[in-house]
Write a protein that binds this ligand. Structure first.
Ligand code: NAD
Ligand code: TYD
Length: 355
């Protein structure tokens, strides 16, 4: 026990979309844990995502890059890290097509650095410790019209993003098998909700509808994704962190498949209602554009194992989650404006100047 805390959990990528929800959940639900949020604050990291919890006595922030091995080792030593929840990554498929090496550096080398730092720090004993790696269903490749990804589906990544995540999963398992590192992995489907960077489909389209900009639908729009509300992903991460046996893998999803064009049509209808626009107004913004190269046709998670083992299921339906998400973006247009204007990057300097 360090400083009265029963665990000191390093959450990497905590200033990003999913990471900020994980940090918030753990810091508020578990005052007995110290939560150390580590983030390099790339374009996707935004400390405004954590403004409401940054004064909590069990929260700390470390501005550290996973590629800086010495700094990583220092973080483990300074805080006495007992557990890791690893979310930091380059996460956008389109960016991975433009700059694949950035994905190799952070997702592959950064993950190996983190594994090394944990191995070194915990070499005396790994009792009660855990290295929990957050991954994606995209490592499994693409499905046809039927079938689901299970925990034993062979890896078949197609984009530089999914290839880098697949590689990081292999390294995590290799550290478990070779060095006995206490690892656990979960692979989740597409997330949506508050604080998602507006390069991903749902926040991008909400923002474009608000501003009357075109909605760029890739290819024929018949690609299928399995959507999970981010707070449900955070609750699943909580369950897996506390209950999953070491060296196990869990798939996380809500059995909630949507073809892109159907989702976009629903989103447009809800936006018309919420913005008081005539029905069909937002749909007029739909513009079919050139397809993404290597675009995976369909993802669908079989989340039976996490339900059977721990009774976990999502708390909200897609309609509830999407409506709550739209409401959040409409109520937080300042957050969006800071991102589109780039001023969110100044927050760190002003907030942490004297710390
Ligand atoms: P995000 O892009 O919103 O956030 C990533 C965070 O990692 C950012 O805060 C960024 O600053 C930080 N980061 C990037 N490079 C870093 C580095 N070198 N060192 C330290 N920090 C660095 O991503 P997200 O959507 O929140 O995804 C989080 C994790 O969940 C990722 O590992 C992703 O692969 C996985 N995942 C995401 C989804 C999804 O739909 N978003 C679904 C399944 C799994
Ligand atoms: P995205 O949010 O980038 O997630 P991922 O590629 O990791 O699944 O995209 C979700 C789906 O939406 C995917 O099939 C690509 C499609 N898409 C568009 O049609 N237009 C867009 O502008 C974006 C960003 C995505």
């Amino acid at each position: 026990m360090e400083n009265g805390f029963t665990k000191t959990i390093l959450v990497t990528g905590g200033a990003g979309f999913i990471g900020s929800h994980v940090v918030r959940r753990f810091a508020t639900r578990y005052p007995q844990y110290r939560i150390v949020c580590l983030d390099a604050l790339t374009y996707a990291g935004n400390l405004e995502n954590l403004r409401d919890i940054e004064a909590l006595p069990n929260y700390a922030f470390s501005h550290t890059d996973l590629l800086d091995m010495q700094a990583l080792q220092q973080v483990f030593a300074t805080y006495g890290i007992t557990d890791v929840i690893h979310l930091a990554a380059e996460s956008h498929v389109d960016r991975s097509i433009l700059s694949p090496l950035d994905f190799v550096y952070t997702n592959v080398i950064g993950t190996v650095n983190l594994l090394e730092a944990a191995k070194k720090a915990w070499q005396g004993s790994t009792d009660g410790r855990r290295f929990y790696h957050i991954s994606t269903d995209e490592v499994y490749g693409a499905l046809g019209d039927t079938g689901f990804f299970t925990e034993t589906t062979p890896y078949d990544p197609h984009s530089p993003y999914s290839a880098s995540k697949a590689s990081s999963d292999h390294f995590v398992r290799a550290y478990g098998d070779t060095y006995g590192l206490p690892v656990v992995i979960s692979n989740c489907s597409n997330n949506y909700g508050p604080y998602q960077f507006p390069e991903k489909l749902i926040p991008l389209f909400i923002n474009n509808v608000v501003n009357g900009k075109p909605l760029p639908v890739y290819g024929d729009g018949l690609y299928t994704r399995d959507w999970l509300y981010v707070l449900d992903h955070a609750s699943a991460i909580d369950v897996v962190f506390h209950k999953a046996p070491l060296h196990s893998t869990y798939n996380i999803g809500g059995f909630n498949e949507w073809r892109n064009i159907d989702l976009i049509t629903l989103l447009c209808r809800l936006m018309d209602e919420k913005l008081g626009r005539a029905e069909g107004e937002s749909k007029k913004l739909i513009t079919y554009v050139k397809d993404r190269p290597g675009h995976d046709r369909r993802y669908a998670i079989d989340a039976t194992k996490i339900k059977q083992d721990f009774g976990w299921t999502p708390a909200v339906t897609f309609e509830q989650g999407l409506a709550a998400t739209i409401d959040w973006y409409l109520a937080n247009q300042e957050w969006m404006n800071h991102i589109t204007a780039g001023t969110y990057r100044q927050y760190y300097e002003t907030q942490y100047a004297n710390r």
